[in-house]
Design a protein around this ligand. Structure first.
Ligand SMILES: [Ca+2]
Ligand SMILES: [Cu+2]
Length: 346
């Protein structure tokens, strides 16, 4: 396996800034009301058409179909802990994972489980039954964006890492505060493709061109062997890996990202939900349930991009077309988001 790419060395200063230094820096940027949008690092994506989805991978990505989107601006990076900390400090917002679940929504639940908690990946010691994701996912009381691995963890050295344990409503709240919006699946995928037409990856057709790591994904045999060849066991500071053709970083890998579309088991060639295939906003709330948990009737949004846990032997979802159902009542240690602003309403 090749060693660290050169890029890691150049970004050392990011790793050394403390969370409070970055919060202070961000606060100065925000001091001038109305300047917020201008000072935020966003990239303009000129509208156009593209092939959305893929017929070469998982069934939920098919069929590949032509879609067009209008122009929009998108965050160059996923929202970081430092950015989210400024939002929380200004608004005193409490995230989903920090609140006890509402007993009215879970009438059958044992009250002792209705405590603030979130889903954390815990690496098993050796090979496990791959059919049971409970072998590596744990619902951990006290895990949340401030304590991503559980009560004894923190954000030391993670100011520039993507914020995680973000529920859909948390992402929406942040976007509203920042004067932005969340992307549709089509907008997100169009941006992730970086101008390449129907390529497998955000950077071309090879996972590791010239043996270079292009994204923070899992190396080794998931879920027990994490070789960390790219340098990280979990999240990485945003912007360390190369950008795509549109100058966007970490679309693929690092953390999954929320979109506003309701989940459906596959695409429709000509979506009936929307105005043809122009600015599609697909799926329906009823019926958006997670196919992996058929007994649970909690609606799901689509998440995109894959994470540091996506591995060739288990989940090759480090691709623009890849998609997964994510319950709106659940946050996890590998799920974050980024925002957009639209030039026209969708
Ligand atoms: Ca990502
Ligand atoms: Cu994955």
């Amino acid at each position: 396996m090749p060693s660290h790419p050169e890029i890691f060395k150049h970004r050392k200063e990011l790793l050394q800034m403390t969370l409070s230094q970055i919060v202070e820096h961000r606060r100065r940027e925000h001091a001038n009301p109305g300047a917020r949008m201008k000072t935020t690092d966003m990239v303009r994506i000129a509208g156009g058409d593209f092939i959305m989805g893929s017929d070469r991978h998982y069934p939920e990505e098919a069929p590949a179909h032509a879609v067009s989107v209008d122009s929009f601006w998108i965050d160059r990076f996923p929202v970081t802990n430092a950015e989210f900390a400024v939002f929380v400090e200004e608004t005193e917002y409490v995230t989903l994972a920090e609140r006890p679940p509402d007993p009215a929504l879970y009438p059958d639940a044992d009250p002792k489980f209705l405590i603030p908690a979130s889903v954390v990946f815990q690496k098993p010691a050796g090979r496990v039954d791959m059919g049971n994701h409970c072998n590596w996912w744990r619902y951990v009381p006290g895990a949340n964006w401030r304590r991503p691995l559980g009560p004894r963890s923190g954000l030391k050295g993670k100011a520039k890492h993507p914020v995680v344990h973000i529920g859909f409503e948390d992402a929406e709240a942040y976007a509203a505060w920042a004067g932005k919006e969340l992307p549709t699946e089509a907008e997100w995928e169009f941006a992730a493709r970086g101008g390449l037409r129907d390529a497998d990856f955000a950077w071309g057709d090879e996972l590791m061109p010239g043996s270079q790591f292009m994204a923070n994904t899992w190396q080794g045999e998931f879920p027990w062997e994490n070789l960390q060849c790219a340098g990280f066991e979990g999240t990485s500071p945003v912007g360390l890996f190369p950008s795509n053709g549109y100058g966007l970083h970490d679309m693929i890998g690092n953390v999954w990202e929320w979109t506003i579309d309701w989940y459906s088991a596959h695409h429709e060639a000509s979506p009936s939900c929307c105005d043809g295939a122009h600015n599609p906003r697909c799926g329906e709330r009823d019926g958006s349930f997670d196919p992996r948990q058929p007994g649970i009737k909690i609606p799901c949004r689509v998440m995109k991009g894959g994470s540091y846990l996506c591995a060739p032997n288990y989940c090759e979802r480090y691709r623009p077309a890849a998609r997964m159902a994510q319950r709106i009542d659940t946050a996890t240690c590998h799920l974050g988001f980024r925002c957009i602003t639209r030039e026209a309403k969708v």
